[in-house]
Write a protein that binds this ligand. Structure first.
Ligand code: 0WD
Length: 256
């Protein structure tokens, strides 16, 4: 199977064991990679460290990084540079929107909430890529997570869909900027998965049910499926792929 032995990746966005980022971390661990975890706020530190310790490999670095704060991002990557040196890639698994905006009509989103959703869910990829680039001296691969609501209207997804469209466009522009450094930038469009973030989305159960009924594979997406595609995108097996969005969604995006 695919080996990432000797390679180091930053995984941002593990909140708990349901997080998609945790699925990615488990797949990276299985492939023999070294993982550096970052978390948003103090309340996640203990649980992320416990999760990191539960993996097979030794992943000692668990660092704070609130992506709304440029100083935080700078300090985080400077610490990584000092303690680890070169990295080979990054998985950005971060998003946020106010719960009140994930229901009803999109046009009720106010300016502050619009900017907050775009700040955390889209701009943060650009901000962290800029710092990660300095540590990716051997080239590598940057990965983010998006959702079908960035491509078309999905009920209740609202401002998060607009932010995901911005994120997907960022992937293309970043791929354009970083290609000359041998750095690839791609996204995975994951099918709906029951996580902490998904709790905020209105009527999530009926979304899951529709996938089971209509997706070509007639089943919902698992974090493991996303994790294994992430390993592919973070490895040299995908060395010809950049600026791409791969749907890991049981094929739902080709239906109706
Ligand atoms: O159905 C789903 N769950 C899907 C999720 C389908 C398709 C895509 N996605 C995306 C999400 O939009 C997000 O980009 O996957 C990504 C990960 O989301 P998740 O796994 O569903 O949700 P969750 O487990 O809640 O993780 C979101 C992370 C949390 O982790 P950390 O440990 O970093 O706190 O985003 C984090 C949040 O706390 N986050 C932030 N991280 C850094 N700085 C910030 C912030 N300011 N705000 C939120």
């Amino acid at each position: 199977s695919l080996s990432l032995e000797g390679k180091t990746f930053v995984v941002m966005g593990v909140a708990n064991k349901r997080s998609i980022a945790w699925g990615i971390a488990r797949s990276l661990d299985k492939a023999g990679a070294t993982i550096i975890f970052t978390y948003a706020g103090e309340r996640f530190e203990k649980s992320v460290r416990e999760l990191a310790d539960s993996l097979e490999g030794s992943h000692k670095h668990v660092l704070p990084c609130d992506v709304t704060n440029d100083e935080d991002i700078k300090t985080c990557f400077e610490t990584i540079q000092k303690e680890v040196g070169t990295i080979h890639g990054l998985a950005h698994c971060i998003a946020f929107a106010e719960k009140e905006d994930l229901q009803g009509e999109y046009l009720n989103t106010n300016r502050d909430n619009f900017l907050l959703a775009h700040n955390i869910s889209s701009y943060s990829l650009t901000a962290v890529s800029k710092e990660a680039r300095k540590l990716m001296t051997e080239g590598g691969s940057i990965l983010t997570l998006t959702y079908l609501g960035g491509e078309r209207i999905l009920q209740n997804y609202n401002v998060m869909g607009v932010a995901k469209a911005s994120l997907e466009a960022s992937v293309r522009y970043l791929a354009g900027d970083l290609g000359k450094d041998g750095i690839r930038v791609n996204s995975i469009s994951a099918g709906p998965i029951r996580t902490l973030s998904a709790k905020g989305i209105g009527d999530f159960n009926s979304i899951l049910k529709e996938i089971e009924e209509k997706a070509p594979l007639r089943k919902n997406t698992t974090p493991e499926e996303v994790g294994d595609t992430a390993v592919f995108l973070l490895s040299d097996y995908s060395r010809g792929v950049t600026g791409e969005n791969i749907h890991v969604d049981s094929g739902y995006h080709i239906v109706g």
